[in-house]
Design a protein around this ligand. Structure first.
Ligand SMILES: Nc1ncnc2c1ncn2[C@@H]1O[C@H](COP(=O)(O)OP(=O)(O)OP(=O)(O)O)[C@@H](O)[C@H]1O
Ligand SMILES: [Mg+2]
Length: 217
């Protein structure tokens, strides 16, 4: 019988992969303002493989599927995003290990492990104007929601986290880029939103919509 946690994970990961493929041009355009415009296409190189081959991955545990995705991303995604996103999946996979079901605490611990991996790999921190500036507030929001009683399978919690990410991504406009190619542009980087942070908002909105479709009554 299919394990509930693995079914949910399939939904989240497949939604994430197709959203990245569908938004490759948009994400690349965002990166072209102060970067080199490769971000959306780099990510697509990895996530189109994830989308196409997902059903062949070893899905015997949460860790096995996440680690496999980490390897695919590390191998296929160029630039700085390959190591960053690859590490994020690997760290979440290592944290989940051979679990086949996840508690709310497990989910938060996996997301925090991803963030730690990104920070180490990217030598980056909150406030550097990167995807972390959307991801960390979204995880904070999710953790806060999970600490309250929920009777809707987390539908409202996931939507709130997605909204927090979108707002946080918009707020990267005005910030000075400290990492990646955008940092080379100095003060000019303040005039636009960060591509990675915006991508996190778009991906979380898509996951939230899929989650609502599955669970809202
Ligand atoms: N050191 C870093 N740590 C965390 N996130 C980063 C870092 N550098 C860039 N990013 C994120 O990655 C996004 C850009 O990804 P991309 O792969 O295009 O990297 P880049 O900075 O343009 O460098 P390159 O094109 O050489 O890989 C940025 O919008 C930002 O959110
Ligand atoms: Mg780039």
């Amino acid at each position: 019988m299919a394990q509930p946690a693995l079914d949910d994970l399939d939904l989240v990961l497949k939604t994430m992969a197709t959203t990245i493929v569908d938004n490759a041009h948009y994400f690349a355009d965002l990166d072209s303002v102060v970067g080199d415009g490769d971000f959306g296409f780099s990510l697509r190189n990895g996530f189109e493989v994830v989308a196409e081959e997902y059903d062949t991955f070893d899905r015997s545990s949460v860790g096995s599927v996440l680690k496999k995705i980490g390897l695919v991303i590390s191998g296929k995604v160029g630039g700085v995003s390959g190591p960053i996103w690859g590490t994020a999946f690997l760290r979440a996979g290592v944290k989940a290990g051979d679990k086949t079901e996840l508690s709310a605490d497990d989910v938060i611990a996996m997301l925090r492990a991803s963030v730690e991996g990104i920070m180490q790999r990217g030598q980056s921190a909150l406030g550097d104007k990167t995807l972390l500036d959307a991801l960390i507030p979204a995880i904070d929001s999710l953790e806060e929601s999970f600490s309250r009683p929920m009777d809707d399978h987390g539908v409202a919690a996931v939507q709130e986290a997605a909204d927090v990410a979108v707002k946080a991504a918009e707020d990267t406009k005005g910030m000075l880029a400290m990492r990646g190619r955008a940092a080379y542009t100095g003060e000019r980087s303040r005039d636009s939103v960060d591509a990675g942070a915006t991508a996190i908002g778009v991906i979380l909105q898509a996951i939230s919509a899929a989650w609502r479709d599955k669970y809202s009554t």
